[in-house]
Design a protein around this ligand. Sequence first.
Ligand code: GLY
Length: 381
Amino acid sequence: MNLAFTFGGVSSEIYIEESLHDIRAIINADGGAFGGARLLVCDENTAGIANRIAASGAFGGDQAMSQTGGLCVLPAGESAKNWTNVEKILKTARDAGLGRDGVFIGVGGGVITDMTAFAASVYMRGAKLALIPTTLLGMVDAAVGGKTGFDLFGIKNFIGTFYPSPLIIMPLESLSTLPIREWRSGFAELLKTAVLDDSDDFLDRVGRLKDAFSSPDFPASMLQDSVLRKELLACIARSVEIKGRIVEEDPGEMGTRRRLLNLGHTFGHALESSVGLGILAHGEAVAWGIARACDLGRALGATGRDRAEKITGLLDSFGYETRAPHPRLKETGRFMDALFNDKKKKAGKLAFIVPEQRGCGVIFIEKTIERILHIINGEDA
Ligand code: GLY
């Protein structure tokens, strides 16, 4: 399946494929656009996939990888998303002889694709880029839309650029080895995007995957059933399409349109950092944040009861924690500090995305501590 977008003047072609086999053909067929020396960037978890891509000839013909490019294997996890590893990518590219026509290929989850894209964006003032997201979160969110970056001063994605990847290939095959925690993160983003859609059809469609998702056999229960596998692929494609169209309208997040993609993230990020980074999967925090966005929308009169109950009920049925207060949240003060330090504040006001009767809307709120405290304590729903 092939989708195409234009993000701030850059064309971005997205292929959603069954297997890794297709990657060689796609990269090598792209009109010579990816003909320069290639650098594969991966982490310890995706090195096997990167090596298979290299062995498939994605580096060009039968030439040895060392003659035509390089491989940079980084440690896995959010703690690796730092300048030291960006520098390592840049150094490996230089040592492998990449010029400005060199192609950086990021193979992995959001940490790898964000860092690879950042490195490509600054290498000799901008090298070529292709991304191969191997996690559900990477496919439905991180790799699409041009945000790049790494963490600095303890702040997530503090440094970054907008640098859309002209080529993104999503191999469904790579999901078969994805840890459950990663699935939970990805599914929350899928549900988030479905809540943003103008009709309930997509939300209902994702909802129909919940039995397979909750099965003890998951992910085999979904990936080995040809009907459900096709449904998953269709949901990924729909999610990419919704995100892509939103980003096309507001590629640099200058207006309010792209902010919609932060549904559940303002509350979610604050929860993640106040209970301690790494305790909750990102998607678990986002799912809880979507439930709080429903509460806030209800309190402000923007979200109807039926809509809020439908969304929260769906999150519950996927097994996400939606209760307020969150059982792991012990220090409300830390939560509030994290909330009001959100780097996406505009003119001192926090932006919250709340579900509306169709899709979602953005509201800016000043320090209305009382109201937010009620919401996270479950007193204002
Ligand atoms: N992950 C939100 C965005 O791409 O804007």
